[in-house]
Every structure is written in structure tokens, then in C-alpha cells.
Design a protein around this ligand. Sequence first.
Ligand SMILES: [Zn+2]
Length: 232
Amino acid sequence: MTTPRSSPPRDRAAALRAVVGLVLPVDCVGCGVPDRALCATCRTHVAARPARVRLIAGVRTDAAFEYEGLVRTLVLELKLRSRVDLAGPLARRFGALVRRALAEAPHGTVVLRVPPSARGARRRGFDPVVLLLRRGRAPVGSALVRRDGRPGGGGGRGGAGGRSGDGQKELTATERVAATVGALRAVGVAGRTVVLVDDVVTTGVTLAEAVRAVRAAGGTVVRCVAVASVED
Ligand SMILES: [Zn+2]
């Protein structure tokens, strides 16, 4: 569409983007067309991607997207490179799902976030779920706490939660569940209904632990909402 320019190797382009960050216009992460973080064609492509519904610990879990292709790229760019300029398409659908969940839930239902992994939180310095909720005009709510008492922080139990990227990938499914149970704690939810929110659902083990924590604290999870979900 615009003037072609000599295209640098992909890794150099990526390195450049990481340095340039939000200061200058960048190429589309989907197709590489210059000067747009996500071009109109790729936006349309993302908007056409399917949502997912799963059942985790007996709770309906709405994911705004399948975690694949360009959606996966957007999530990773946001989480790993703080590309908040790419949050829009994710935030719109995720926020709408959270607002719908609340509209269908009993009055007084609270939103609780599954805390990010300790390593991810340290690396990023921001919580992508909070950012997406804000951008999606949904209530941010508070975070479940880890067993060590620090919301989203602390290194206890290997960052807890068995989340991928936390060095627990080598664990078997059984070991992962065993390492996760008891990792999270819910506070102030006795007798209340709760919508749980998270970014990416993979095995569902972490979300199941979050549901367990709410139930253990006397609350009821009426729905889970995620930004994206892998095939289960
Ligand atoms: Zn594009």
C-alpha cells in the first residue's frame, strides 16, 4: 500500500521494535505493513477469530479468543514486550465478556483476578489483566493472594500456580496439580458470588486452583472469563 522499504531481517526488526517501543510508529505485528501496530486487515482478521467456552472445575469459562495465530502474537507482545498499543482488540472482547458475566450474575458479584506469575510480574512491572479490564471498561476487582501472602508476588512454590514459563513445564500433569493445590487464597468472599478473570488458560490447573480457593473461603464462582484459551 505504501512505499516499500528495504525490509531488515526479522530478528533485527524485532530488536528494533523492542527498543523503539511506543515512541515511534511500528510495523504491523500481523503482516509487517509499515506504520501501524496492527493494520486494518489484521484487525479484521482478529475480530473474526472464534471465542471459546470451557468447563473448569464445574464452572463455565468464557475465553474471548482461542490462543492461536495472531491472537497468540498479540498476547505475547503485550505480556512479554509490554506492547500496550496492541491491547485494544483483546480488551474489547475480554471486557465485554466480563461485563456480560457480571450482568448475568447476582447483584453484588465481585471480580477477582488470578495473580500473574511472580516472574512475569517482576519482568513486566504491570498486570496485563488489569490493563485489559480497564481498556475493556470492566471492573478491575482485586487479586487472589498467593499462599505466601503477597498478591502476584513472592517466589514460594516456584512462583506457584504451575503456570507455563515458570519453570514448571517439565512437571507431569499430576505433579503440576499437586504443586498448585493450595497455592492461592481468597479473602473476603464468604457468602459472595465471584467472577474469576485470567489472561491465558492452558491446562486449566491454575484456574481450577483459583476456583478451589474461592470455595474454600466460602464464596461461589459463577463464571470464569479469560482473554484466551488453548484447545483442551
Ligand atoms: Zn497487518
